[in-house]
Design a protein around this ligand. Structure first.
Ligand code: KG4
Ligand code: ZN
Length: 339
């Protein structure tokens, strides 16, 4: 066994992406993801369809990852999987597969918290530099929006989070109101590139210092569009880019404002973003501006590690492997897993 550079197979199946990665130490040898197109026509993830698609995808995805990594399953030293948070049926597929495979190979299982995976994706040994501890991570996905103080690879403190919708949900719901297909976040980002972010403004929620609330924004966005469409039923079509840029601006500025408050309070020197919304081009550029303004260093994960992927589960598993923090066959998935 190569303790410093263990070969780990990681499996991620918490939502609608089936992903497998093979790592040697902190290096990702392969990271393969099957994205489920089946949900687009429903305007959101349908849990039962997600579980079924995971069942279909899991073997081919693992097979591809092992082949691309050039690793035989007999060389694996541990198998990691996402224990939660996520959709129960989806988690069950990855978890059951991981436990069964680990048992058959007689190697340890490692349970990973999906959100910690997103955060630790920053420590994957690649061509981007890792943040130094302690750092602040704004974790923004379809299910979460948190400001986390990351003290070490296993010590993390949530300073604040959303009290209702997540940032990704805000993007997706706004897109749905405009009849854009799911997931709408990337489409809003794309259309916003040619739009005027200051054309329309929306009221910002008043919540606790490090808390977020996006449900009011969604409602005010809906009422605004309904009112404008009554006057001109081509309003959305004629102003799509400006509307996308304006709603994106509202979401991103709220995120940046709270992160700035957290920097001032914690006095950290490194800041990061993680989760699906960290793929957003406006958030990425605003983070760098914020870093300049606050004299901190900004970190953004490589694009392939922004949205759900098994590479991030593998890096979190690597740190657990070093601590011999192995899981149990008895562990069940936890849709509301906290850290
Ligand atoms: O982390 P992730 O892949 O899955 C969850 O754990 O939720 O995040 C998915 C979310 C979706 O809401 C999607 O619309 C959003 O990330 N997203 C984006 C962009 N790319 C993905 N939101 C805004 N701009 C993007 N470029
Ligand atoms: Zn995620």
């Amino acid at each position: 066994m190569n303790e410093a550079n263990p070969i780990i197979l990681a499996i991620e199946s918490s939502c609608d992406d089936t992903s497998a990665a093979v790592l040697k130490g902190k290096k990702v040898l392969a990271n393969k993801t099957a994205t489920q197109g089946v949900h687009a026509e429903f305007g959101g993830v349908v849990p039962e369809l997600a579980s079924r698609a995971h069942l279909q995808n899991i073997i081919p995805v693992i097979d591809q990852a092992l082949k691309e990594a050039g690793v035989d399953k007999k060389d694996l030293e541990a198998i990691a999987y996402t224990q939660g948070p996520g959709l129960l049926g989806s988690l069950l597929v990855g978890g059951t597969f991981a436990k069964t495979m680990a048992m058959s190979l007689d190697i340890p299982i490692i349970e990973v918290n999906h959100m910690q995976g997103h955060i630790l994706s920053h420590l994957i040994e690649d061509d981007f530099s890792s943040p130094e501890f302690p750092f602040l991570c704004l974790t923004v996905s379809g299910g979460h929006t948190q400001i986390v103080l990351v003290k070490s690879s296993y010590e993390m403190e949530i300073l604040g989070e959303t009290i209702d919708d997540a940032a990704g949900e805000a993007f997706d719901k706004a897109a749905k109101i405009m009849d854009l297909p799911y997931p709408g976040g990337p489409l809003i980002d794309k259309n916003a590139k040619d739009g005027d972010a200051l054309k329309f403004s929306f009221t910002e929620a008043k919540v606790g210092k490090f808390e977020f609330s996006f449900s009011g924004l969604k409602t005010s966005f809906l009422y605004f569009l309904q009112k404008e469409m009554k006057k001109n039923d081509q309003f959305i079509k004629e102003n799509l880019n400006d509307i996308c840029a304006s709603i994106q601006h509202a979401i991103v500025e709220t995120l940046i404002k709270k992160l700035k408050l957290a920097i001032e309070e914690t006095k950290v020197k490194h800041i990061a973003i993680a989760g699906g919304v960290s793929a957003n081009s406006s958030l990425r550029s605003r983070l760098f501006e914020l870093a300049k303004e606050t004299n901190t260093k900004a970190h953004i994960p490589d694009f392939q590690y922004c949205t759900d992927n098994a590479g991030m589960i593998g890096i979190a598993a690597y740190y657990k492997f070093l601590e011999s923090e192995f899981g149990s066959i008895e562990t069940v998935p936890n849709p509301r897993l906290k850290f």
